[in-house]
Design a protein around this ligand. Structure first.
Ligand code: GLN
Ligand code: ZN
Length: 758
């Protein structure tokens, strides 16, 4: 058999992050817009040609973006807030103004907000719709331009659009108008766009509707149905285009029957993350319809097991018309790096287990063609997968009992013991961990890594920085001090590099937001701690002061969520393995006289499943225990802190409390204070430090401003549970503004102490 193949999106940053560098030059005025456009064109061409070479049948266009596809869609539909168009900039500058904000001769506006794209580490720009929004198709529509561009290269692509339902579902609404009020105009705009595409020679149009994998409520379902019955009817009437509905990041159990009855020519389903997709298709699939079967994982970097994938196809073939199955990736390849060919430092023995975007194209072709030698080679590969178990880790995991997850005595008693031990003033002041990473700090690490300075020189420099940092904090008057994290480039990479089981790549960048990329480590084998990872630094910092220095670690869930996980072992097991390694470090710190230990879980919320019904069973039921495992063994008088970079945890607030830390600090300065109501309502036991100022901005908050935030907090949080701190680490800030801000923070806490004592 030879099935067809499809890909709904390809990486778009450039193999060597050309788009990032070109955009940065453009903003600095070092290159012209035409030069930036040329870079973009070359990137698109590269992706299309790679797909053609691999023989992919359905190649997407409009998957490129200068910043983000949701933002592109807002511009396509004319849904751009007036404050940006009123700047009277040229089109691309207006676009970037909405993406990053604009401060210059023509005005001063902030960027549109950004949010996590489903359960990925990619962030989209949240469109804003209001009474003034007039939805209408933009001139020179990007999807048409990019379709034509590909056609000139001889590739007839499938223009892929973010569907209206997803667009409206993810937008914010500034006044009484709701999603449904914009649907009719959006449908007209898309129908007109479809006509233009058809005139340009398109045969297909594809609508991405990932929002269908959320829980879909009755009114939302109604909206979805009304949008698509209209779109399908009108496009069919006015053009001969075929229409695909594409879904990903889960299954569409709530609307599957409707999707099947709406008359699409192709339906894309995710068989990797969609637990129920197979079952749904088995319940019936419309005649004369293509099934875009997302069976190759678009989100992870491991080779596909062809035998497993073919088994799925075989089951599908019982239901779907012969020739109707199109072998596809589970989602856009935006979420994986370009190619393993860029990893010169990894051995072939390791690399052969990886498939990045370009290798996945070959996988699609192999699976679709049933190529016998490729199947045999793949079978061989999986049979010889290096065994990656560590007997010690396996034994430690097997011998865990409930007691390993329960810290004793219970919270209230520990709180008493710790208050006595630390004798801190009311409203203790502290920071989140990192201090400004100046040029010298980064240069020191870089020189050491290159081998240009000795280990002694490297350590010497950092110790000097630590001593200075402690002295600064004493001068500022903070109560609980930190060492400053000068040895860390990144809170996950640092620990990954010191544990066995992680691999690092040189070039495996994936987009996080805009043109910014991250390079996640790979969990390759069972994870173990080689040696103590932070003890020397923290102990040295503690030796510089009589005040308490808190140790600083990254938690297991965050380390896992910001890595590419293994696929041969459950996420739960990987998290618990990392937890055991971090637990060793916690115990080590305690043994070495460290009295407060912070275990950051900055990314705990990131992998919360998209459907509420899965939150506990699929995630929280192992993620929260992973954190408890890390600290359950410490003494009652050792104080455990944790930190999260957001405050949207109203809906999982009891789970956060169940982490059983003694103190939690989190971002609160930018959000409204709803979180405080939730803390109160849930009778939150953990002591809290809601961030009193936003560290993402260089401005120095005044004493009055901080004091004001604290007063608000005090209306909801009991005095004796309130800590005072910034909302995240200070590493991206300058030294001068940091010192000024922290001085104001300490002053505000002092004033408040006086005030409450009367
Ligand atoms: N301790 C880390 C720091 O201060 C926490 C970083 C984070 O929350 N992202 O930098
Ligand atoms: Zn943070």
């Amino acid at each position: 058999m030879t099935a067809q193949t499809s890909v709904i999106g390809f990486p778009r940053i450039g193999k060597n992050r050309e788009l990032k560098f070109a955009s940065e030059k453009f903003f600095k005025g070092e290159i012209t817009e035409a030069e930036l456009q040329d870079t973009a064109k070359a990137i698109r061409r590269y992706g299309w040609e790679k797909q053609r070479e691999a023989g992919i049948g359905f190649v997407a266009s409009n998957d490129f973006s200068f910043y983000d596809n949701m933002l592109d869609t807002a511009f396509l539909l004319g849904a751009v807030p007036e404050r940006y168009t009123a700047l009277n900039l040229n089109p691309i500058e207006t676009y970037f103004a909405a993406a990053h904000g604009y401060q210059g001769a023509k005005g001063d506006v902030k960027a549109l907000p950004m949010k996590k794209w489903f359960n990925t580490n990619y962030h989209y720009i949240v469109p804003e719709l209001g009474a003034a929004t007039k939805i209408a198709l933009a001139e020179n529509a990007k999807p048409v331009a990019e379709f034509v561009e590909a056609k000139k290269l001889g590739i007839n692509t499938v223009p892929n659009l973010i569907g209206i339902y997803t667009f409206l579902r993810l937008s914010t609404y500034t006044d009484n108008k709701k999603a449904a009020d914009f649907a009719a105009d959006a449908v007209s705009a898309y129908v007109q766009l479809a006509e233009n595409l058809a005139k340009s020679g398109a045969e297909w149009i594809s609508f991405s509707e990932p929002a269908l994998v959320f829980d879909v409520q009755a009114d939302e379902k109604q909206l979805f149905k009304s949008i698509y019955s209209e779109i399908v009817a009108q496009i069919k009437r006015k053009t001969s285009l075929k229409i695909a509905l594409q879904t990903y990041f889960g299954d569409i159990r709530d609307v599957y029957a409707d999707v099947c009855s709406l008359g699409f020519d192709a339906i894309g389903l995710d068989f990797v993350e969609g637990k129920k997709s197979l079952e749904l298709v088995k319940s019936g699939f419309p005649k004369n319809t293509l099934l875009l079967a997302g069976i190759v994982n678009g989100k992870n970097i491991w080779r596909a097991n062809y035998a497993d994938k073919l088994a799925i196809i075989k089951e599908l073939a019982n239901v779907v018309d012969a020739g109707g199955i199109v072998v596809s990736t589970s989602c856009s390849l935006l979420h994986v790096p370009y190619t393993t060919a860029s990893e010169a430092a990894l051995s072939d023995d390791i690399k052969k287990h990886f498939a990045f975007a370009e290798e996945k194209l070959t996988e699609l072709a192999d699976i679709a063609s049933g190529n016998a030698s490729a199947l045999a080679a793949n079978r061989e590969l999986f049979a010889t997968r290096r065994t990656v178990e560590s007997a010690a880790v396996q034994k430690a995991l097997a011998s865990l009992t409930d007691a390993d997850f329960v810290r004793l005595p219970a919270f209230a008693e520990r709180e008493k013991i710790q208050h006595e031990r630390f004798a801190l003033p009311l409203f203790p002041t502290t920071t989140i961990g990192s201090f400004p990473q100046t040029k010298e700090v980064r240069a020191n690490r870089a020189l050491f890594k290159k081998g240009s300075i000795s280990k002694e020189q490297y350590i010497e420099f950092n110790k000097k920085k630590i001593a200075e940092c402690i002295a600064t904090q004493e001068e500022i008057g903070l109560d609980v001090l930190v060492h400053g994290e000068f040895e860390r480039n990144d809170m996950v990479e640092y620990f990954g590099g010191l544990m066995d089981g992680f691999l690092f790549t040189q070039n495996a960048w994936v987009q996080s937001y805009g043109t910014r990329c991250v390079k996640p480590p790979v969990v390759w084998a069972d994870v173990t701690r080689r040696q103590s990872m932070t003890v020397d630094w923290i102990v040295y910092a503690q030796s510089c002061t009589k005040k308490t220095v808190k140790g600083m670690l990254t938690g297991p869930v965050t380390i896992l969520n910001w890595s590419f996980p293994r696929e041969d072992v459950s996420l739960k097991e990987q998290a618990w393995q990392i937890a055991l390694a971090i637990r060793d470090e916690v115990i080590d710190l305690e043994k070495n006289g460290i009295r407060i230990i912070q275990i950051d879980e900055a990314a705990l919320r990131e992998k919360l499943p998209l459907r509420r019904s899965d939150w506990h069973t699929e995630y929280l039921d192992w993620a929260i225990p992973a954190f408890r495992l890390v600290h359950a063994k410490v003494k009652p008088e050792t104080q455990i802190h944790t930190h999260m970079c957001y405050s949207e945890f109203n809906d999982i607030i009891s789970d956060i409390d169940a982490m059983d830390a003694d103190v939690i600090t989190f971002e609160a300065s930018r959000s409204d204070l709803k979180i405080l109501d939730a803390l109160k309502a849930s009778n939150f036991k953990t002591e809290v430090g809601p961030g009193v100022y936003d560290i993402h901005s260089p401005r120095v908050p005044s004493v009055a401003e901080i004091s004001d935030a604290l007063h608000k907090m005090l209306t909801k949080v009991p005095q004796y549970k309130l800590w005072v701190n910034p909302d995240c680490g200070l590493k991206t800030r300058g030294e001068t503004e940091t010192k000024a801000s922290l001085k104001n923070l300490v002053e505000a806490a002092k004033q408040l102490r006086k005030e409450v004592k009367g």
